[in-house]
Design a protein around this ligand. Structure first.
Ligand SMILES: [Ca+2]
Ligand SMILES: [Ca+2]
Length: 405
């Protein structure tokens, strides 16, 4: 994403701020001149639901799920056939539109950065840096209202926030669609601070989600989701409140500015700070369904990369450092002096010959790979003589950009 392609050495002199300041205007102008229209649709049908998916030429995907016939939760078995939807959180931000009563009373996450709403999510413990996430629509029958044929069960909108270079799928038991980059004629605003890592944990019905952005900003949300994830609430005896028996807190090392808010919490709760530990405290901890707490951790320029523990989700310092390094790759700049030239070509050759005598910094090692694109999801093809040669070719004007194809 941040790989900077340089046509000549002098091109590096273009300041990054000038580039980012110009692009939103260009994007807006382009969007004003083109009509947003549907370029592909798919439909899926089950005994209970009809789903229609639409892909727009700006990359947006919308899904409308309606009841196929009258559905009575006391008579019909209408668990969703597959209660998950899979999408790439680094590429798409999800908004939930119209929804059946159960889903509306079940207040979803509010993303405090983009203002979009999201359901609690679960994901597999797959690739460390895989941002593909599962949206869980776990709906106990007892909560579902009686639906008439044609009633809207759920409307979803996935807004494109990243750059799609190859076809990707958004899919699940409610159908899905393939997003082909060739269909996207209106360029999406890809200047967003994309999510590069996301992880969730469930502590006694409280879903905690942690998102790490490309810039290093960390978003934390704890959401009281008991009614959809645990037993039916006893409204009479609990007065609509849920006891919170988990100890919630997080540990943040120095080097981060912490903002937080109990955005919608019924009982009085406080955040107490003891050194690096932040503990959520209350005399009788309880919260209504849908209550949530969010925190935003903004890294300072100079910081050590230490482990962070956030409401049951652990993020290693090693990974945070790797995210930062990958966000700052300048292809070819092995010496990390902001320029790509023969000095880098020489530094690479020396490093190959004797890495202990001629070391490269961690950033320099990632920058040095000029024959492949290093990213969080790809380690590249390593540092070899071909990388040194690529810089010489660039310097001689034989090629115009790095990485060399
Ligand atoms: Ca250099
Ligand atoms: Ca290489």
């Amino acid at each position: 994403m941040k790989n900077r392609i340089v046509s000549t050495i002098s091109a590096i002199a273009i300041s990054c701020t000038a580039v980012t300041a110009l692009s939103p205007i260009a994007v807006k102008a382009e969007m004003q001149n083109a009509a947003i229209e549907v370029v592909n649709t798919t439909k899926s049908h089950t005994d209970l639901y009809d789903a229609e998916w639409s892909l727009y030429n700006n990359g947006t995907v919308k899904a409308v799920i309606k009841a196929t016939g009258d559905i009575d939760p006391m008579k019909d078995d209408y668990y969703l056939p597959d209660n998950t939807l899979t999408y790439d959180k680094g590429l798409y931000a999800l908004k939930v539109g119209k929804a059946a009563d159960c889903l509306l009373t079940y207040t979803p996450f509010t993303d405090n950065i983009k203002g979009s709403i999201m359901f609690p999510i679960h994901q597999d413990d797959a690739d460390e840096f895989d941002t593909t996430t599962k949206l869980q629509l776990d709906i106990p029958n007892a909560f579902f209202p009686i639906l008439k044929k044609g009633d809207t069960v759920l409307e979803l909108e996935f807004d494109l926030i990243g750059e799609i270079t190859e076809p990707i799928d958004i899919y699940g038991g409610l159908g899905g669609i393939t997003v082909n980059p060739e269909n996207i004629t209106i360029k999406a605003d890809t200047n967003a601070d994309n999510i590069v890592y996301t992880k969730t944990a469930d502590i006694s019905g409280i879903i905690c989600e942690v998102d790490v952005h490309e810039s290093g900003i960390i978003d934390v949300i704890a959401y009281n989701a008991s009614n959809c994830f645990n037993k039916y609430p006893d409204q009479e005896t609990h007065n609509g409140m849920y006891d919170i028996d988990a100890t919630l807190g997080f540990t943040v090392p120095d080097g981060y500015t912490v903002e937080y808010d109990f955005a919608k919490t019924a009982d009085s709760m406080e955040l107490e700070k003891e050194d690096a530990d932040y503990i959520i405290k209350s005399d009788s901890p309880s919260a209504e369904i849908g209550a949530y707490f969010w925190a935003k951790l903004t890294p300072e320029e100079e910081r050590e990369y230490k482990d962070i523990s956030l409401l049951g989700v652990d993020i290693s310092g090693e990974m945070l450092e790797h995210i930062n390094l990958c966000s700052n790759i300048v292809v070819g700049d092995a010496t990390c002096d902001g320029e790509v030239g023969l000095a880098d070509s020489l530094a690479i050759l020396q490093y190959i010959a004797n890495s202990s005598k001629y070391p490269l910094t961690k950033q320099g090692q990632l920058n040095a790979d000029c024959t492949s694109v290093v990213s969080l999801k790809s380690a590249g093809d390593g540092i070899t003589g071909s990388d040194s040669l690529a810089i010489q070719l660039l310097d001689a004007g034989e090629i115009s950009e790095l990485p060399i194809k």
